[in-house]
Design a protein. Sequence first.
Lengths: 396, 300
Amino acid sequence: MSGITRRRFIQIGGSLVAAGAVPAAGLWPKIGYTADTVHLGLLHSLTGTIAIAEAALVDAEKMAIDEINAAGGVLGRKIEPIVEDGASDWPTFAEKAKKLLQRDKVPAIIGCYTSASRKAVLPVLSQSKGLLYYPTYYEGQEQDKHVIYTSQEATQSVIAAIEWLAKEKGKTFFLVGSDYIYPRTCNKIAKPTIARVGGKVLGEEYAPLGHTEFSSIISKIKAAKPDCIYSTVVGGSNVAFYKQLKAAGLDGTKQVLLSTVVSENEIDGIGKDNAVGYYACMGYFQSIKSPTNDRFVKALKAKYGQERVVGDPMECAYNSVYLWKMACERAKSFDVDKVIAASSELEFEAPEGKIKIHKTNHHVWKKVRIGRARADGQFDIVHESGMIEPNPFPKL
Amino acid sequence: MSFDIAVTQLFNGVSLFTILLLMALGLAIVFGLMGVINMAHGELMALGAYTTYLTAKFFEEHMPSLMNVYLFFAIALAFGVTFVFGYVLERGFIRWFYNRPLDTLLATWGLSLVLQQTYRSVFGAQEVSVPLATWLSGAWTVSEGIQLPLNRIFIIGLTALVAAGVYLILHKTRLGLRARAVTQNRAMSSAVGIDTNRVDALTFALGSGLAGIAGSVFTMIGSTNPGTGQLYIVDSFIVVVFGGVASLIGTVFSGFAIAQAQTTLEYLMSGSMAKVSILLLVIVVLYFRPNGLFAPKMRS
């Protein structure tokens, strides 16, 4: 091997430049909207562990887009979705958000599911002056200029649920969760709330994500004999947790258990028999009786199959598209700052009933409901609150 | 800790032990005896679980009267399907990688990704749920405070049966004799007329079939989704390595030690801390006994 000759240098250098030019041509910025179309970014995990819960959100968003397009689009333009896969991987979320904002120049993104993915996208949003609609219930403690949070935050789930349980079911609590940010933050909020309503925490346990062996935790629950279990166990672990609770004799007829994460979508996987009788606290249930919801559920089943169920995050994802569309129309522009300003106190007649974006804090006024799981995988709504003001930083 | 809880915890330990053993037996044969690092072993378990799911579906629709016994068909079918799949896999894929441990690692890991994505495309990303036969749900109430779940008792019984079966196959049949001979000295076995290729394929298929049984059983206690296999594979490797590669007895003891330690620690501290303690224990033991608890004596 001799050194690099001039000819070889030119050969290699030339091919590198040529190779670089190919993707660069694709990187050339496109324009986010034209006279008759506007792009909208949809950024969710379609693969990886979180896809179980998150992939269905894209279906709901696409349905909203189709409806809006059929009704004439937004500001006279048809919405064209650009779907990107975050792959359950937080750096990928940031990278794809950057691609959507800088290359595709989308005026808004609807996306993310876990808090970790949202936190990864935040710096990209502020750098590129983007706008994100975040359609999942989460633990609160955040209010970003570039994000509209369209689902429940902690006051609208944890606090509402604990207050209801203490009033209706009993004052001693056992807290069980998966070991990551959402359950730990929820329990941090739950504990002072339980103290405030005069209750007592008998135990607090975390299982590693994906854990399937709950026998020891169940032994501890049996020893403590709590009136209520508050569960923030997520994902596949729920299947094991519910099956093992039932096998240990703590099924829904004998033990009060309330979860703020198990919606109709999760029950599908947990198995209807295993979840019967347990409670969930959500903004939306498929069983809500209203003409708007009937239409929504019917349209979704017609589009994606009769056996499909709709859970809270899907409905919030659907609402997000409409909230963005209405804000654009109110602002008469796709400009991010103008759309955010126009979002203040925007009202929408959603499948869950009227919702309203808060005047200043980017979260949503909404009703909170508590449902009890039936044998068919749907929920009987046993409690419905009034409109609750969102407060991402509750005083504890 | 009251008496009731102590008994329940002891039972939980035994139950976890049988579950770990069921997972690790297949791996102990494939990895322990043959030395093939099969990263797709977890996906073979998932294949068994999905076979069980399909069987349950079939019985639900065509023979609802037999729903109470479908599990026996499902377990047999899961074994059959994964056995055949393992056989084909060994003949068409694994055998090209013998004596290349690093390549095997990468190739089977790639295979596991392909299989996961296949499950996702066929069955969807959502978890699927397998109904439990009525005689298996519920618990045996020994006393007021002690309730032993029936499905776990069933798993304990089944594992005993499977373990005994594996022992008999390896120590009392011609195939077992040949498999052990090939494990100990391939060249010599070949020289005395053993068809080592055939033995390899059958041994690998047997290991895969055991993974299928394990997957089928897991549908009774846990979840089934495309990534299910990943949850179990790490634990299985730990059990096999801790017990000593190439020692089935070692696998049994290591499974028992890990299971009892884990349930006890989980009761005394949090789940995550218990896991950390177990891993520390394994690391310390492997530091002093690099070949595991029950390493066979070898002439160096």
